[in-house]
Design a protein around this ligand. Structure first.
Ligand code: ZN
Length: 460
């Protein structure tokens, strides 16, 4: 709301600079001094600021949490901080300073930084390109595509995921080439092929990877993986789902995957061999909780087909593709979805990410004292974790408590696929009585602690 003119939020992203909107902002600035956001029923104030000769709207300091979760002006300093570490440049220290829209003319230009080009890779890159690893790129596509988040009204399958990834890709370019032009994500139509029309992958290989005849092209492939096999020596080949052609990894790339993505490799191995119960039978229940594996490959065309010098694997929930590094995470996601919660997986970046960012945030729940809070942190800490990691998670819970955020901490014991899932923090929709009962059950569950700061049961 500007002065007394109502403006749709989508117009702010597409036509902020239009004379009509600028004039309305200018009027509102001189009369009221601020704009109002009506996303949540009760109006929230917005700042009107002049920057680069254009008026912009910005969230009122410390009011980001008052906006609707899907509003452009929703801010939570906890995930804003994680996000600001995703890219090294253009990161304002004040989260309220981030422009409230993503203008489409400002693509973020990146240069893929192969993990083994250590040393002078940065020096080679033109200064306007930001070097990025595939690991970070896939995380950013997931964050920008809202694939790390969940709202109870949403549904998501691979085709939806593919659509969101393609949209997220349009915010980036790689060495000047729009990312979506060099990106292939297999869809259902990729397996339908006829003599007259090549399938989309063949076309991608022909147009993108063959290059212009002088210089060979490169591309990116993001796909769920069906199978991994070991070829001559230690070289790996991955067969993506919805595709019939394998991607061959170079020695160095195979070595990197083996060292860095061992968890995801293990998930693929279990998918192919089957998770076995204690009696040696393949367990359907355990198979159901197994994360699916997504691969990102920097691909080129070689003599023996398509090969990859750089790749990374990401384990995700098999149904909604939210990042899930373990069976525990898959079960947590299932419990949150079944309970109708709004939640998100926070991807921390940088070395001390574990000290700064909780892995999960759930919105609108009762806190341990029976008060409704805008968010609580969720944490899964296995008993076998390194003592140093356990200590870091404790320190993080203490830091979050200082910000008024309680932590629900699950310390699973035994076979991760079996046993009842512990109670989550009660949803704000619950009745007081229901919330009190659930809280009492949480206190009785030995594997779970829900408190401000102290994540260990039975100690002070
Ligand atoms: Zn709003």
């Amino acid at each position: 709301m500007l002065d007394d003119v109502k403006i749709d939020q989508s117009a702010l992203t597409t036509s902020l600079a239009s004379p009509g909107i600028q004039a309305a902002m200018s009027r509102a600035r001189s009369t009221l001094g601020h704009a109002l956001c009506l996303c949540n029923g009760s109006p929230s104030k917005l700042q009107i600021r002049l920057r680069d000769n254009k008026l912009h709207l910005a969230v009122w300091p410390n009011e980001g949490l008052l906006h609707h979760r899907e509003c452009l002006f929703f801010r939570d300093e906890i995930n804003e901080e994680a996000r600001s570490h995703a890219l090294t440049q253009k990161t304002p220290s004040d989260p309220n300073e981030r422009p409230a829209y993503d203008s489409h003319d400002a693509r973020h230009d990146l240069k893929i930084h192969h993990f083994f080009h250590l040393g002078n890779a940065r020096a080679d890159a033109p200064s306007s390109y930001e070097p990025i690893s595939l690991r970070r790129l896939i995380d950013m596509l997931w964050i920008d595509g809202s694939l790390t988040r969940w709202h109870p009204d949403w549904t998501r399958d691979w085709m939806r995921t593919r659509y969101e990834l393609t949209k997220a890709a349009s915010r980036y370019s790689i060495s000047g080439i729009p990312l979506e032009k060099m990106l292939f994500i297999p869809g259902a139509n990729n397996l339908h092929t006829s003599p007259n029309s090549p399938n989309p992958w063949d076309e991608f290989v022909h147009t993108v990877l063959q290059g212009d005849g002088h210089t060979p092209g490169t591309g990116l492939l993001v796909a769920p993986i069906r199978q991994v096999s070991i070829k001559d020596r230690q070289r790996m080949s991955f067969l993506p789902r919805l595709m019939t052609e394998e991607i061959h990894l170079t020695d160095r790339c195979s070595d990197y995957i083996e060292r860095t993505c061992s968890g995801s490799l293990h998930h693929l191995w279990l998918q192919n061999k089957g998770c076995r119960d204690y009696d040696g039978q393949i367990s359907i229940k355990a198979m159901h909780n197994l994360p699916a594996v997504i691969g990102i490959f920097h691909v080129e065309l070689g003599r023996q087909g398509v090969f990859s010098r750089a790749a990374h694997l990401l384990s995700v929930h098999p149904g909604n593709f939210i990042p899930a590094s373990s069976v525990f995470s898959v079960r947590l996601i299932d419990a949150l979805c079944d309970g109708g919660y709004t939640f998100e997986r926070i991807k921390g970046f940088g070395k001390d990410a574990a000290l700064r960012t909780p892995s999960w945030l759930v919105r609108n729940v009762f806190d341990p004292t029976g008060k409704i809070v805008p968010r609580a942190a969720l944490d899964v800490v296995h008993h076998h974790s390194e003592p140093q990691y356990i200590q870091e998670r404790k320190n993080l819970a203490a830091a979050l408590a200082d910000k008024g955020v309680p932590t629900w901490s699950w310390h699973p014991v035994g076979n991760p696929s079996f046993g009842p899932f512990p109670h989550l923090p009660p949803h704000a929709r619950s009745s007081d009585l229901d919330a009190k009962t659930k809280m009492a059950l949480i206190r009785l569950t030995p594997e779970v602690v829900y408190s401000y700061g102290n994540t260990t049961k039975g100690s002070n």
